[in-house]
Write a protein that binds this ligand. Structure first.
Ligand SMILES: Nc1ncnc2c1ncn2[C@@H]1O[C@H](COP(=O)(O)OP(=O)(O)OP(=O)(O)O)[C@@H](O)[C@H]1O
Length: 275
């Protein structure tokens, strides 16, 4: 599948959200798309899914079976089994096939106990599991995941990771957006950032989580606490640590090493700035 020179705007007078997107989605691709809020990630995923037609450029060779999973399923008034059964039939599955796939999918995501519940009564996470089972019903060759992990419990998140890896290994195509920098970081075959309406190749560092960079004077040597230490030219010690662990580190330093002084604390995102 190929996107060439794709542009998109929501109306004639609106600015182009996507200017010129080129993207090669070969079989076995597991592709991460990143970018700031509002940069157009969801818009691009909907174009890949075929839900939006590009205003300019072309989308070629979209696989016949594709599925798109957004972050939430609407609160529908149907029972889970009726809803999935109906969608299976729409996709041309026999009732036997539908039943087997629904049951296997719900079991896989530990949601088989909710078959008879109304979707609108489910928790957000369980409803999201139903959305994923729905997406997998037709055995898609192209799977698009737009923050699809967000409301899942950790077992559900790990299972969705496995789904993505399995599809990649079976020669399918997976395109995903997720706010977790670590999401499938080792498994993605390529990563891009959307910037100014176009895709730029990105590295893992571009998706790095927030880090705290703390410069200490008179720090104990060798450094006895968590974090990555580095001695600066003037003898101060720079410790880099995940931002979420920095408060604890500062508390430990100040309570255990009263002669150590904190010179500066900065929070940075994007590994390259830190090094
Ligand atoms: N249905 C719509 N009608 C008009 N404008 C829209 C619509 N959906 C999105 N936009 C605009 O298109 C731009 C890109 O939105 P999009 O949701 O694709 O970005 P995003 O990168 O996915 O953002 P986020 O990270 O916040 O989810 C934004 O300026 C947004 O306001």
């Amino acid at each position: 599948m190929l996107l060439t020179g794709v542009g998109y705007r929501y109306s004639r007078r609106a600015p182009w959200v996507l200017e010129k997107v080129d993207l090669d989605l070969a079989p076995g691709a597991l592709i991460r798309i990143g970018g700031y809020n509002g940069s157009g990630k969801s818009t691009l995923l909907r174009i890949v899914a075929g839900a939006h037609r590009p205003g300019r450029g072309r989308v070629l060779d979209r696989p016949a079976r594709s599925a798109y999973v957004p972050g939430t399923l609407p609160a529908l008034p149907f029972k889970v089994q009726d809803y999935l059964g109906h969608l299976g039939r729409i996709q041309g599955l026999t009732s036997g096939e539908t039943e087997a796939r629904v049951q296997a999918g719900l079991e896989r995501f530990e949601a088989a106990g909710y078959r008879k519940h109304r979707i609108g009564d489910l928790s957000r996470g369980t409803a999201q599991k139903v959305a994923i089972v729905q997406a997998l019903l037709g055995e898609p060759e192209l799977l698009i995941l737009d923050e699809a992990w967000t409301s899942l419990d950790s077992a559900g998140q790990a299972e969705l990771d496995t789904v993505a890896r399995e599809m990649r290994d079976a020669g399918g195509i997976v395109v995903y957006v997720d706010h977790d920098a670590q999401r499938l970081a080792e498994d993605a075959t390529a990563a891009y950032l959307l910037r100014d309406g176009a895709l730029m190749p990105a590295s893992a560092a571009d998706f790095a989580v927030a880090m705290a960079v703390i410069d200490f004077e008179n720090a104990p040597d060798p450094w006895p606490l968590p974090g990555h230490p580095r001695i600066l030219a003037d003898g101060a010690l720079r410790v880099t640590i995940l931002a979420e662990h920095s408060d604890r580190l500062l508390r430990d330093v100040l309570s255990t090493y009263p002669n150590t002084h904190v010179r500066t604390v900065r929070t940075v995102e994007g590994g390259r700035e830190i090094l």
